[in-house]
Design a protein around this ligand. Structure first.
Ligand SMILES: [Zn+2]
Length: 227
């Protein structure tokens, strides 16, 4: 256990399911936040770079072949074909080829998205990986990459909304995030449409009162920015 007041971090040896390399991986068991930004990025006490590191611990990446996942490797059950396809995708991926030697803080999320596509993860989960990557970029001051990941998150989330029959809280939060990420990307009209879509899904659920308040605040912000 490290920095007990902020987070519980577990370090354990783990074996890569793709290349069998054994290494020590850190994972976060739980962390304490001091609120969230309007795109739900957790705020932590202390330095931004410490918060970034905590978020990065949500992903395990093999230092040898760059296989990455949000789940612990020991829980993954990959078929022979999946392993081969993932290995090939990791070898060919452009960003991994450029950045593998000295990995920037967001690389694990990108690798987890690449591997997630091959593992057949849902669009909502792929979007979530990109959203978390954008949070890390913001905490690290990596502005262009923050926008890149926000855009990718929007695409995955829209696909999830169109095809995956999201319901309840997940439906409302996802529609809201498409609005909020569009606002951050400077697409204010688009953002307004999505805030309205999100509002329509709320259905007077008292558990989502926080989201209703957030939507009306952010809608005002987008209106001002669109004017
Ligand atoms: Zn590996």
């Amino acid at each position: 256990m490290e920095s007990a007041s902020v987070a519980e971090i577990r370090r354990a040896y783990t074996e890569c399911p793709i290349c069998r390399y054994v290494f020590r991986a850190s994972s976060v068991e739980s962390y304490v936040t001091v609120g969230r930004e309007p795109d739900l990025c957790p705020k932590f006490r202390g330095r931004q770079s410490d918060g970034s590191r905590l978020l990065q611990n949500g992903i395990t990446m093999c230092p040898a072949c760059s296989f990455a996942a949000g789940e612990g490797f020991e829980n993954l059950d990959l078929t022979f074909d999946e392993r081969q396809d993932i290995e090939e995708r990791l070898r060919e991926d452009g960003l991994l080829r450029v950045f593998r030697e000295s990995p920037p803080p967001w690389l694990g999320f990108h690798a987890a998205e690449v591997c997630g596509k091959e593992r057949g993860l849902g669009a909502r989960e792929l979007g979530d990986l990109c959203l978390r990557a954008s949070w890390v970029c913001r905490k690290e001051g990596e502005r262009p990459f923050e926008s890149t990941f926000q855009l990718r998150a929007v695409r995955h989330f829209i696909r999830a909304l169109e095809r995956d029959g999201l319901q309840g809280r997940e439906l409302s939060v996802t529609a809201y995030l498409v609005g909020e990420l569009n606002r951050r990307l400077g697409n204010h009209r688009e953002a307004l449409n999505w805030y309205v879509n999100a509002e329509r899904t709320l259905d007077r659920d008292p558990g989502l009162a926080w989201l209703e308040r957030l939507i009306s605040t952010q809608k005002e912000a987008a209106k001002e920015q669109a004017a």
